[in-house]
Design a protein around this ligand. Sequence first.
Ligand code: SDX
Length: 387
Amino acid sequence: MTASDFRPGLEGVPATQSAISDIDGQRGILSYRGYSIAELAAHSSFLETAYLLIWGELPDPETLRTFQHDVQMHRRVSFRIRDMLKCFPAGGHPMDALQASAASLGLFYANRALDNPDYIRGAVIRLLAKIPTMLAAFQLIRMGHDPIQPRDDLPYASNFLYMLTEREPDPLAARIFDSCLVLHAEHTLNASTFSARVTASTLTDPYAVVASAVGTLAGPLHGGANEDVLLMLEEIGTVDGVEAYLDRAIAEKRKVMGFGHREYRVKDPRATILQGLAEELFDRFGHDEMYDVARRLEAVAAERLGPKGIYPNVDFYSGLVYRKLGIPTDLFTPVFALARAAGWLAHWKEQLGANRIYRPTQIYCGAAGRAWQPPEARVAKNGDLTG
Ligand code: SDX
């Protein structure tokens, strides 16, 4: 094994076999279990899509009803979890609150039976049901309010928006939010899903699997970019400011948030659909001038970054949709996580089905054969290395 075998970021290295989703990065096509994302976003619901991802087939009506019912029955969380969330600093990032609360479920549901399909189903239901409740509770608590209980009569997406905003959402808003969840539910072996699979491969519990994936999704090169896109658009401020901003970013070799993807050489199909959803929301609830800035940025970037295959990714338009839905900017990435939990759980189940612990190798490039010396015998070479 030599340094030439090393692929930074594991680019092009297959790290698993998977039947869950597929990307055609040249043509901009994404499918879940063989169904195109466009079709699922238009016709499916998040819970139906989650079922498809995890168990491989679209559920029949009775199976879907039972699944929806079971998720609904597990939405409530223990008062201990609410009390734990109250102890978190209000100024902390909700991704950290989500990661900690997802991990804490392992304390409440400690028995682990990874070879029992009922255990797998129960853990899937629990996580899909409780993540929205914990996230919404943290949002209300940090604003100084008491968290509100889930509403049993509301479907998944509506109930989350209700718990978050304390108002029953407009049906169009709820439908569009549900489509956003479908679009974010899965995306092959991205960094957080890889993290989930690595964690799963140790045969730890599913709460640790999801918690490790949440931590990975949080970074600005991954899911965290949706938050940064909106901050960037606000920094640009007006359509007229776009060209100068882009020139400066390119000259300073800064990444333009919401652009670029390891797998796509064209515009991410999810970005195209999200842009359409944003327009539907603007038509109904009023325009957002940041959308004009975003469209101008996309157009100018197509000239300057397009030749390198750099186009908008999923994070570019999602924030504009979430903002119109009344979701605070620092909840954009947690909302991504809420949806991606479906994909992580599908990969958890698939990993368990043919498990071997992940244990890649490395190419050592450090010193060798050194002899320890007492401190007084060491010649100061680099000063204090701990600073
Ligand atoms: C997500 O993988 C997934 O599936 C992730 C995701 C999912 O559904 O899970 O799709 C969600 O994470 C979307 C990505 C969100 N991140 C951002 O929007 C941050 C900005 N984008 C980048 O940092 C970057 O494009 C990545 C992280 C998305 C991809 O990184 P790669 O594949 O390691 O590419 P790279 O950083 O090595 O860039 C290759 C070249 C470089 O130029 P050269 O040095 O070769 O001349 O492309 C340039 C980069 O400078 N480039 C960009 C750019 N992205 C890449 N230049 C300007 N702006 C950008 N955004």
